[in-house]
Design a protein around this ligand. Structure first.
Ligand code: DPP
Ligand code: ZN
Length: 896
């Protein structure tokens, strides 16, 4: 398949004003009658109408009620003999499809006896022939007909206008969407479902019906999703003045779903993972994710649905903005400044462990890509998370109120339109004409067009006699595929200065009459910028890139003492955490390179690597009387193996694993008494609540237990594993239970086996909990290569189903993508396993297969023998003749 280029965009040659769809739903053969009102786009040159369709059986095409000639060219239905002029004409197309055979889960498919659709990005063409592109927006009317006994609930977008009985035990429902929409937002659901309902009245006084539809046994797990939906609606009204524009808003959950969830107009379809929760079956993280994903999809109703994308290159227009909005929502829900900082740290951790590697690898692409073969491959952390950072920088450059003004202008200008990333930035800038964003708008847009993670190098120089501190910031960005040279970015750098005692210093730049506040944001636009701070009475410690004010790597030659000062005192919680991470990262990197530090026969390093001062500093954080538990848990967690690996030019994954494990063991052993204290101190009292404070306490207690079990493994102590097993058995909620199970499994204690067996027996009927059970084992700490055989055994488990994406991810992705220490084996068996699974999945579900294919993105950074073996495995996949476009694009880029 050939690449699609952004610059080739042309408006559609025809518009489709309305669509009237009739479905006769049958798993084996569903009949779809599609009646459209079509007219020529008078602005485009006269040409044939080319409708897209995939895996459809075409039975009939009528133009204004009469037969017409047509051609099929690949995926296109080509109509040449259409009425002249730009008057609308009726086009009727009758096709059938086979939902039961649809294992790709794109288009119309069946999951556990219920029909679902997934149309983003290009699934609608698997339902009927259409101009399946986001800039064609139509009014939809949908008639659903099906067996009433098998499919008692019939749902589609918008309002239910009519329903009733038909002959032969069938029934029907007619739905009408009051809003025009692109085809990717179409949805239907038909099956045996029940709903939790809620009537609400908006601030504006409008009444709405909210529904969360699930399988009958799951109704008891929908309260949190409903609460999250109500909170989302209230938040968007309060923060952005955006109200719900529908009488009815529905969420439906399915177990078989490629993504997390989908924002279909008025009929969001969700992966059950992001709907169902009870304290007995869902962890605090699950609760937080549900809140965030429900918010995300709801916020799309404006940012994505009311204003949509002109073409798929603009995907981040809706995704980056909507991730920014869901991040802000979660922060506002978390409440306190420190809980907000915890959320920010978690978001940055995702960006740095997943997006930075993407930006440095073969799949690197700008936030607004220039070219793709398969758009499904571009639902990436770059489009989503980096896209959100690009919006966040705009927010910073115009301020909170300015950003709200910009959003208002964006909707005034573009409501009902399909627009571009440029249109968004323009609206934010135009609403804030004096802002640094408006001043540097064209240059700022390089964040959309240039791939790669910029580095900002900071060099400070203190002149004691003059009381002057000079700080030079300079930027650079490495080449990425297709982009050898980068031009300077607009980089907001929030900063402060601390004295040696950790006190924040008032900031006064050269030429300023008086000192201002202790924090400011400077904007780096040139290759370098020199700042002169005056009246600085002692050597300062700079706190740079506060709150992670730009998605860059900050290089500064901090001394250990400076970092310890920041860790102990920085008023910016993000940088306080960051100082600890830098200290531990530095130790890890030095140890990895140090050939005198050797691994024993068991692959372990038996030596202390952390200096005493750092252990003491970690203890001080752990025991700190004021810091939040959630923050402590983040500080006391070492940088991940993948993040450490990204700092190296050549990666020996086993070495990285061994060093990180040695660091973890040292923290476990040297802080044993402190971990025991932390465990005792953070026991919950009262009813379970998933709020930020209580979940932070559980997270720290969970880390403590993991460390105590790890230490016990080294000392032979049986008390803590015993206590952990006890906690596992009697835990009152899934978070505590799973943390205890995980502590036993990850420390490799023999009690892990009975605990796993017991857990399986308890939850064998709950698919989402079984996913955790599978994922924990596939993600377990490798000891002498024991994880791969365990993973292979899990694939043979009666509860393993490769066609179910959640289950496939829980085993295969947890091993290949999330467990580097177990996956990168010297014998290459992990890579062989990977190649087999990519091919196996590709025959069933190319989207999921292509995600897995990316597990070896960073192969060229690997040391030998991994590098050659990984490349061979990729080449083996690439050699397969009939690969999907999805996987083909990933492996081709990887080998380029
Ligand atoms: N369902 C995906 C999301 O909400 C794609 N739109 O991000
Ligand atoms: Zn989204």
């Amino acid at each position: 398949a050939k690449a699609i280029e952004r610059l080739d965009y042309a408006p559609p040659a025809f518009w489709i004003d309305s669509v009237d769809l009739t479905f006769d739903l049958d798993p084996a053969k569903t009949r779809v009658l599609n009646k459209m009102q079509v007219r020529r786009n008078s602005a485009a040159a006269p040409q044939a109408l080319r409708l897209l369709g995939q895996e459809l059986n075409l039975a009939r095409v009528l133009v204004n009620g009469a037969g017409t000639s047509f051609k099929i060219e690949g995926d296109e239905l080509v109509l040449e003999n259409l009425p002249e002029g730009d008057a609308p004409f009726a086009l009727e197309i009758f096709t059938t499809c086979a939902p039961a055979k649809n294992t790709q889960l794109s288009g119309l498919y069946v999951s556990q006896g219920t029909f679902f659709t997934q149309c983003e990005a290009e699934g609608f063409r698997r339902i009927t022939y259409f101009l399946d592109r986001p800039d064609v927006m139509a009014s939809y009317q949908v008639l659903l007909r099906a067996s009433k006994a098998d499919y008692p609930v019939l749902l589609s977008n918008g309002n239910l206008v009519e329903s009733g009985e038909l002959d032969d035990g069938r029934h029907f429902a007619r739905w009408q969407d009051p809003h025009k929409k692109p085809s990717y937002l179409f949805a239907l659901v038909a099956g045996k479902l029940v709903a939790r309902e809620q009537q609400i009245t908006s601030r504006a006084g409008n009444k709405h019906l909210l529904q969360v539809w699930v399988r009958p046994g799951d109704l008891g797990k929908t309260e949190h999703a409903m609460n999250s939906l109500m909170a989302s609606i209230a938040w968007d009204e309060a923060r952005f003045g955006l109200t719900l524009d529908l009488e009815r808003f529905m969420i439906v959950a399915t177990s078989d779903f490629n993504m997390g969830a989908m924002e279909n107009k008025g009929l969001n379809i969700f992966n059950t993972k992001y709907v169902l929760a009870s304290e007995a079956t869902a962890t605090d993280t699950d609760f937080a994710n549900i809140e965030s994903v429900v918010g995300h999809e709801y916020f799309h109703n404006w940012t994505g649905n009311r204003v949509t994308c002109r073409d798929w290159f603009q995907l981040s227009l809706k995704e980056g903005l909507t991730v920014f909005r869901d991040q802000e929502f979660s922060q506002d829900m978390a409440g306190s400044p420190s809980a907000r900082a915890v959320k920010r740290i978690e978001d940055v951790r995702v960006l740095r462990t997943a997006q930075f590697p993407e930006d440095a690898g073969p799949m690197a692409h700008p936030v607004r890509p220039d070219s793709y073969v398969e758009i499904n491959n571009f639902y990436t952390v770059t489009i989503y998370e980096k896209g959100a950072e690009v919006v966040r920088m705009q927010h910073r450059l115009v301020g909170r109120e300015g950003f709200a003004r910009g959003m208002k202008l964006y909707f005034e200008r573009h409501d009902g339109q399909a627009v571009t990333c440029d249109d968004f930035a323009q609206a934010i800038a135009d609403a804030n004409p004096a802002s640094p964003l408006a001043l540097h708008l064209e240059q700022f847009k390089r964040w959309y067009s240039q791939a790669g993670t910029p580095h900002v190098k900071a060099v400070g120089q203190y002149d004691a006699d003059a009381g002057r501190y000079t700080l030079t910031l300079s930027q650079s960005c490495a080449a990425t595929p297709g982009q050898p040279n980068k031009l300077p970015f607009v980089i907001p750098v929030a900063l402060g200065l601390l004295d040696a005692q950790g006190k924040a210093l008032p900031l006064q730049l050269d030429g300023e009459a008086t000192a201002g506040s202790t924090e400011r944001t400077v904007v780096l636009t040139e290759e370098s910028l020199t700042l002169g701070f005056v009246n600085v009475t002692s050597q300062p410690v700079p706190s740079l890139l506060r709150g992670f004010s730009a998605p860059v790597v900050l290089d500064h030659d901090y001394s250990d003492t400076e970092l310890l000062t920041l860790l102990a005192h920085d008023g910016d919680a993000f940088n306080r955490w960051e100082a600890g991470q830098r200290l531990m990262l530095r130790i890890a990197i030095n140890a990895i390179a140090d050939s005198t530090i050797t691994e024993g026969a068991n692959g372990q390093i038996d030596q202390n690597l952390l200096p005493d001062a750092l252990v003491q500093a970690m203890r001080a954080v752990l025991r700190h009387p004021q810091l939040d538990a959630a923050f402590k848990e983040l500080v006391l967690t070492l940088p991940s193996e993948s993040y450490i690996a990204e700092q190296l030019t050549q990666v020996d994954p086993q070495r990285v694993h061994a060093v990180r494990e040695a660091l973890r063991l040292q923290l476990a052993l040297s802080l044993q008494a402190d971990w025991a204290w932390a465990w005792d101190e953070h026991q919950a009292s009262g009813a379970y609540r998933p709020d930020a404070t209580s979940s932070g306490r559980r997270a720290l207690a969970g880390l403590a237990l993991a460390m105590l079990c790890l230490a016990a493994r080294a000392t032979g102590d049986e008390v803590w594993p015993g206590k952990t097993y006890q906690r596992f058995k009697i835990a009152a909620n899934m978070t505590d239970r799973f943390n205890a199970l995980s502590a036993l499994v990850m420390s490799g204690h023999e009690l892990a086996q009975p605990a796993l067996a017991r857990f399986h027996a308890l939850f064998k009927d709950d698919a989402l909990v079984l996913d955790k059970w599978f994922a924990l084992q596939a993600g377990s700490t490798d000891r002498g290569g024991n994880v791969l055989p365990a993973v292979k055994a899990l694939l043979k488990h009666p509860d393993f189903h490769i066609k179910n994406p959640n289950r496939a991810r829980s085993v295969i992705f947890s091993y290949c993508s999330a467990n580097p220490g177990a996956f990168h084996r010297r014998d290459a068996a992990g890579y062989v396993f990977w190649a087999e699974r990519v091919l196996e999945l590709d025959a069933l579900n190319p989207q999921v297969a292509a995600r897995l294919a990316r597990a070896l993105d960073r192969w060229s950074k690997l040391a030998e023998p991994y590098r050659t073996a990984a490349r061979e495995a990729i080449a083996r996949v690439a050699a397969k003749a009939d690969l999907s476009n999805d996987v083909r694009e990933v492996v081709t880029r990887a080998l380029a």
